[in-house]
Design a protein around this ligand. Structure first.
Ligand code: HEM
Length: 383
């Protein structure tokens, strides 16, 4: 997608694409760093539009309506504050030993197998095992959760088909039923986990409707899937493609946090997000009408030459690196400290343990999604 982003950057500051379908709003595209940051922080643009605050009550709509990502203040502020304490860098740092143990277990299995798929054997299971522990969901159910999350992520993609929507509704319904059982167990036997603390929110005098409760749990369980998985996968692929940078990292593991930032800049797992104009807005001499969507291309902004010197160069010691792979403004990724920690642990452990890991980067099979960028497979040999 990168040559296309560059072309867009060169051609037009604000590119218009009319919609040919009644249910899809007209869209504008932003690709320059400063412009993307500006719109993500501008209160005249928000996440709510008529479609996602409609009163239809399918499982998919209920999930969509209840997630903080699709709400504006004050609902957004309320929903985010209920879980934000669990995701501060200090709280997340306490998870390090647990994440290291999960990572070690996965690496043990890889060592035995020798012929591995870095996506299926490492990048996919690790984030779901970590977040399941935080919420208090059995790790053994990770395949179920992964499948529902993948289907739900597909419903966020532009051009969603009726088949995607039907699958999304089914997945939303099954996910809700699954959580219902867990809520019942926790009501009887509270534990020291996030689900228990969310169930106790009402006792603490705060408000969280039933559908918001489900939606929050689903968002947290699903959010690390197509994202942290792809941070790990895209990172390994890019490092093995740039052997000089890989050697630099092997020689100095203290570069790992900065390598993670560069991976998020160079191959961001979330390529774009968007905001709906909440009123008519004039932007860079053009008229954006209320309800129209402004697509903010995070991945294009991350390679804007006005912000990054030599943007096409993958440089794990890049300083400064104000990449916006986690977004910007009030919806800035809640899970950023967790994703960074997971990335840090995986890259450090993998490189120190397998000195001659061979990853095949010659025939990359990228997924066919527009928002989420990641590899379907990443074959390797552990020796
Ligand atoms: C929001 C990226 C991992 C939870 C976002 C946004 C981005 C993003 C770009 C903002 C979307 C927007 O403004 O429209 C990523 C990336 C990740 C990652 C690249 C991994 C490398 C995670 C994890 C969790 C998480 C592990 C939680 C377990 C969330 C939540 C929001 C969010 C709850 C919504 C925040 C809000 O609306 O206030 N993420 N994410 N993310 N992310 Fe992440």
């Amino acid at each position: 997608p990168y040559p296309f982003y560059r072309k867009l950057q060169e051609q037009s500051r604000l590119y218009f694409q009319p919609s040919h379908e009644e249910t899809v709003p007209d869209r504008w595209f932003l690709s320059h760093y400063d412009d993307v940051v500006h719109v993500l922080k501008d209160k005249r643009f928000g996440r709510e539009n008529e479609a996602n605050v409609s009163s239809g009550y399918t499982a998919l709509e209920a999930v969509n309506r209840g997630v903080m990502l699709h709400r504006d203040p004050p609902d957004h502020t309320r929903l985010r504050s209920l879980v934000s304490k669990a995701f501060t860098p200090a709280m997340v740092a306490q998870l390090r030993p647990n994440i290291e143990q999960i990572c070690d277990e996965l690496l043990d299995v890889m060592e035995e197998k020798q012929d591995v798929d870095l996506i299926a054997d490492l990048a996919m299971p690790l984030p779901v095992m970590v977040i399941s522990d935080m919420l208090g969901v059995p790790k053994e159910d990770r395949v179920l959760i992964k499948n529902w999350s993948h289907v739900l992520a597909g419903t966020l993609e532009p051009g969603i088909t009726p088949a995607n929507e039907t699958d999304g509704m089914k997945a939303g319904m099954e996910f809700i039923q699954y959580l219902q059982d867990i809520f019942e167990q926790r009501n009887k036997h509270p534990k020291d986990d996030l689900i228990t603390s969310l169930l106790q929110v009402e006792e603490a005098g705060e408000t969280l409707s039933r559908s918001e409760l489900y939606a929050t749990c689903i968002l947290l369980l699903a959010a690390g899937h197509e994202t942290t998985t792809n941070l790990i996968g895209n990172g390994l692929f890019t490092l093995w493609k740039h052997q000089d940078e890989l050697s630099k990292l092997r020689a100095d593991p203290e570069l790992t946090p900065s390598a993670v930032e560069e991976i998020l800049r160079y191959e961001p797992p979330i390529q774009r997000t968007g905001r709906f104009a909440q009123q008519d807005v004039e932007l860079y001499g053009k008229q954006i009408k209320k309800g129209q969507l402004v697509v903010t291309l995070l991945a294009a902004a991350n390679r804007d030459p006005k912000q990054f010197t030599d943007p096409e160069r993958f440089d794990i010691s890049r300083q400064p690196n104000r990449q916006i792979g986690f977004g910007m403004g009030i919806h800035y990724c809640l899970g950023a400290p967790l994703a960074r920690l997971e990335g840090d642990i995986v890259f450090r452990k993998l490189l120190s343990r397998f000195s001659s890991l061979d990853i095949n980067v010659s025939n990359p099979e990228w997924n066919r999604m527009v928002i989420f960028r990641g590899l379907k497979k990443l074959p390797g040999t552990v020796c």
